[in-house]
Structures are given as structure tokens and as C-alpha cells.
Ligand binder design. Sequence first.
Ligand code: GTP
Ligand code: MG
Length: 549
Amino acid sequence: ERSLQRADAFLQRSLVTEAVSAEDEAARKLDPGVNGRKSLRSLQQERREQAERSVLVSCGSTTERKFLKFLSRHGDVSKCFFYESYGVYAVVEFSGRDGVASLLEAASIPSASHEATLPFKSRLLSFRTLGAGGPAAPAGLKLQPQTAVPINELIQRLSRQDSIDQQVSSLVEAYQLTEENIRLRFLVCSLLKDVAAAYFPECSVKPFGSSVNGFGKLGCDLDMFLDLDGLSGLDVKPPKSGPSLEFQMKRASSERAVTQSVLSVVGECVDQFAPGCVGVQKILNARCPLVRFAHQPSGFQCDLTANNRVAMKSTELLYLFGELDPRVRALVFTVRCWARAHGVTSSIPGAWISNFSLTVMVLFFLQRRSPALLPTLDRLRELAGPADRSVLDGSDCSFTSDFGRIGPGTNTETAEQLLVAFFDFYSSFPFSRASISIRKGREQSKPEVAPLHIQNPFETSLNVSKNVNASQLDRFVALCQESSWLLQQRETVTPGGGNAPAPWGLAALLQPSQVAGIKTRKRRRTEPASQRIKSLLESLKNQNHQKKS
Ligand code: GTP
Ligand code: MG
């Protein structure tokens, strides 16, 4: 009876929380730049702590009430939501870790009649109800979507908006990660941490890249960083005189070799023992060694790296830029979506522009506005306090994480004006001689002959887009010219009426290219086989260089 009351109280509370979070959301929209902006580090810590109090449960046929009643016997549930991925799953967050402990204590090990189970317990569980027949999917559960709407549906949705500014907000709304999806990402990291902890009890696993930089689209991959820097004893300095102790440790020839060994055993462990992790590939000879796999219960494609602190820094930087002004995320989402719709970017690594490079191009453009919409990285470094100082692999990666130190800008352009200006800017950018540098916020002369040169913000001698070939850059420029032209045509920029209005404004830009000269990827199939094989080899060659260049 008591647990039933607790379950009911939870259901009631979640209605209230839903109302409150809708209010918060409204407040965030009204005043996006001032309130509640936390540094990525403190946000990550909060989320990690939440995830440690959570479990992931595959639900058989049940009702929300029955499920919650069962869980409430073990502790106070502070959040619970359901979603579908090869079956229905629930993310359950307890208000304390003892809830998880009690639940795990009560869980049994499956008895498999024809198979044997590997004795590895995790926080991925299955909920069974004895004698329950009926459909596998529980009826009446509210399922939270974890994937983005298909592009055609998005085009229709945008066509119904009254202005391009509204279309841009609508696109961000439809594509950005939801609260639930972010929780699920942190939970998967936390589950992975338990696996890696079999070897490294003091490790942590942190998401980076678009899962946390504010620019992630529902369905994007989950980039994870296995962090061993928290190892206790790392900061303990042996005394200058007198007795002291140190650990005996194996040594390897280089940091890279250490990273490879760590990822090799953790990858093996994920492959052999981690439930739900399939298709594990160890890609240890890449410039940035990684373990790639699919986490079936969440549906995430995962990349696990180690010793990748510079990528963590770029994530913090992108997050900071995205939080500085809502127009930054608006433009990055729009340009990323536009680029994907036209095959400028792809989920397969190759000679095309990566989402990361494209984002840096948008940031650079925003620094070049007059007045500038974003500060340069050099300026952010000047504003850095002592706690922000960081030198990684010999590169100065310091920049402020304090929003208060960066004053508000004076640029008042609308999202629409910025979008038009973006296409104009890159329609006539002197790619042949200039390099893009968000550190300086102005064009630099190109130090090497790559078609597209985007300076790595932290390792400034590197080009983050050295994989891009001339034909991909030409396509990008031609598409910018076409989109800029389209946005100046009356018929494409005026909304139509009716129930199913014709695509206009941004919706028109997302439709297949109109210009005959712009080849789409599909048309490449008509190339002679030798040409296709050549491009394939080229893309494989570049694959290893894509990450951490
Ligand atoms: P998605 O396409 O949505 O996954 O965007 P993403 O930003 O997560 O990109 P990706 O998964 O390719 O890479 C994850 C993170 O690694 C990025 O956010 C960057 O911080 C870093 N990264 C990716 N590619 C490069 C690169 O070419 N050079 C450098 N320096 N860092 C990169
Ligand atoms: Mg990613």
C-alpha cells in the first residue's frame, strides 16, 4: 500500500514537474542569455551524478503504475520516462544511490536453458511480470522520441511558419536534443564507466562532441572520453627528503601506446561482457585511437576515446559560444541541416566537410560580422582567470568559462539576415589564399595548399579540414551561391497560405538543389567505376585523419 502511495505521489509530482519545466523553458526562451548559464564542467558533474543514481530497464508488458509501484519499493523515484529502441525501455532515476543498490540486490540472474550467461552484472535490467501475456509493448505508455523528424516532415513543418526567423526556431526545436535524450546519453556513459571500472576503478567516462556542446541533433553519435586523470595519487608530490612510497607501474614507450593498451582492454571488455553493446570495433591505429560500437538499448552509435583532452576543450569552447547568444545555435543548426540535406556533410567519413569544420566556419563568420557577434578565441584567452589556465600537449588551451566576463555584444541582426549573410560570405570567400581562424577571428594566409584550410583552434599548426578535396569545396561554394540567390527571390521568401503551403524560405533551401551544375551524391553513381574506386580509396585514406587533426 505504501509503495502504491509512493507511485501515485510520483505520478502527481511528475505532472507538477512537467508544468514547472514548461515554465522554465518559457523563461529560458524569453531570456536565453542571462539566467542559468553554467559552465560545461559543472553541468557535466551534475548530470554524471544523476546518471549514477539511474538504471535502464527493458519493460515487458506492464503499465506505468504497476512499474512505478514495483520501483518505489526500493526507493524514491525522482524521474522516469519511457522510449522505444528494439523494444520499450525506461530510464529510472532514484533520488539516492541506495535505491539503485536495493533494486540490484533484488534482481535475479536469468536462467538460460540452452545458453550460459556471462557473470557480469550491470545497471541494464529487464522487468518481468509473472504470467503476463498480451502484447510485448506495454499499452498506454507515453514514449519519448529519441530520433529527429525526417527531413520531408521538417520541410512541411517549416513551410507552415510565417517568417524565416520562425522557421529557424522551429528547426532548432525539432532537432535539438531533448532533456530525456541528454539523460540517456549520460546514463550510457555511466554504464560504460562501470565496465571500464573493472580495469580502472577510478576512471570516469564523459560525453563530448555534439552530445554536450549544444549543437547535437537527435540521433547524433555519442562521443565518450575515458578519463583516467582523476587517479588518486597523481597530485601527491614525494617529499624532498625523508622516506616516501610510490606505486610500481608498467611503462610503455609513449602516451599513445598507453592509450592504445587502455582502449584495447576496455574494448575487449565491452565486447565480451557489456550487455547491449554490439559490433565492437577497435580502431587503435587511427590518429585518435578509439573503440566504436552500437549500444542497442539506447540506439546510440558510440565512439569511446581516451587521452583526448583537446577534443574535450573544443567541446567546452563550442558550448561556450553556443550559450553566448541564441542566434549562434540557431545558425549552426540551420547550416548543419542545410549541409546534410545537400550531402555537403555525411555520416560516413570521407573527403567532405565534417560537422565540426562546418561549425567552426559558422563561428568564424559570426566573428566577422560588423559589429562582431562573437569574440575571438584570443579575446577569450585574455579573459581567462587562473582556474581557466590549461596547457595540453604543449598548446595553450586557456579561455574563460565565466559568462559574466564576456560582455554582451551590440550586433542586432536577425537569424534571417545572418543566414543570408552566411551564404554571401562563403559564396565569395577567398578559399584559395585564406585560412579560417577562430583564434584570431580574421583570415590568415594559408600555410599549406589544402583546398580548405581551417585552423585547429588549439593545435594551431593543424588543419581540421585537410580531408576536404577541391570538388567538395566547390560544391559547398556553389550551394552557398544558389541558396543566397534563392533567398533573394520573391517567390521563395514569401510564405504561401493554405493547409499544405509550398515550401518557401528555409524550407525551399532544404529541398534538392535546383542548379544543374551541382552534382548530388546519387549522380556520382554514373561515374566510371575507376573514378568511384579512386574516391573510395581517397575517403578511406582520409578516414584515419578525420578525428583529431
Ligand atoms: P556530430 O557530427 O553531430 O557527431 O558532431 P560532433 O561535433 O560530435 O563531431 P564528431 O563526432 O565527428 O567529433 C566529436 C568531437 O571531436 C568534436 O566536437 C570535436 O571536438 C572533435 N573533433 C572532431 N573532428 C575533429 C577534427 O577534425 N579536428 C579536431 N581538432 N577535433 C575534431
Ligand atoms: Mg559526434
